[in-house]
Design a binder for this molecule. Structure first.
Ligand code: 13P
Length: 258
């Protein structure tokens, strides 16, 4: 039985004051979603604030990215050891906004997938659980390449570390066309992709395929979370915009419990 997980990716939002307010409202409702795991991903500058607020609450926290390097002259980067130092349970890796908007832009997709794989190894080496984001762009979606895109990264990870290593990992299917658009994938579409991912993994390691949590991300809101989470292979959500609104986010966490 897989425990549902709801991850709130705050992206580049928040101030000390607004974070305190938001966290207070979420924590006040935590008894209403005890059967789900909930994790918050603030901007890294607020990591300590979130750690202080959530420590001992049962909720977890992490960052939105990490370096593929262990330490040294990498200006602006965050190491896996630093995440561990701040009590992070999880880290987001390979988010499409990193892939599309930053240095990653000019890189070939395979090179990019390999960097994601290096970050994944780095996180695991410090005992931080990677949440690996995978999803097709609008163009790839329109040309029917979803399975190819999803399979490419999974295969790289399996070939590098073996399918067993994925047992300490969470996967997140985030179709780029659904992120921040208000247009979520339908539960049926998302279920089909999640089931494809699980089956691909099952060919290598059926036990890991059965136990791995696969989240859906892309315009998850309070009112579409329940139908998405009711699908057999959707184990929770990676939530952007709606995680900044306590009422919406709590509704999503509650939907993961039913
Ligand atoms: P939205 O929920 O705002 O679509 O963002 C999804 C996302 O990118 C979460 O990582």
């Amino acid at each position: 039985m897989r425990k549902p997980l709801v991850a709130g990716n705050w992206k580049m939002n928040g101030t000390s004051a607004s974070n305190a307010l938001l966290l207070g409202k979420i924590l006040a409702q935590k008894n209403t979603f005890i059967s789900a795991e909930v994790a918050i991903f603030p901007s890294a500058v607020y990591l300590q604030q979130v750690q202080m607020a959530l420590q001992g609450s049962g909720l977890s926290w992490g960052t939105q990215n990490l370096s593929q390097f262990r330490q040294g002259a990498y200006t602006g980067e965050i190491s896996a050891a630093m995440l561990k130092d701040f009590g992070c349970k999880y880290v987001l890796i390979g988010h499409s906004e990193r892939r599309c908007l930053y240095a990653e832009l000019d890189l070939d997709q395979n090179v990019l997938d390999n960097i994601v794989a290096e970050k994944y190894e780095m996180a695991l080496s410090e005992g931080v659980t990677p949440i690996l984001c995978i999803g097709e762009t609008p163009e790839e979606h329109a040309t029917g390449q979803t399975e190819e895109v999803v399979a490419r990264l999974l295969d790289i990870l399996i070939n590098k570390n073996g399918a067993k290593a994925l047992a300490q990992t969470v996967l997140a299917y985030e179709p780029v066309w659904a992120i921040g658009t208000g247009k979520s994938a339908s539960p049926e579409w998302a279920q089909e992709v999640h089931s494809f991912m699980r089956e691909r993994l099952a060919k290598h390691d059926p036990a890991t395929a059965e136990s791995i949590q696969i989240l859906y991300g892309g315009s998850v809101k309070g009112d579409n979370a329940a139908p998405l989470f009711s699908m057999p292979d959707i184990d929770g959500g990676l939530v952007g915009g709606a995680s900044l609104d306590a009422v919406e986010f709590v509704k999503i966490c509650q939907a993961a419990c039913s």
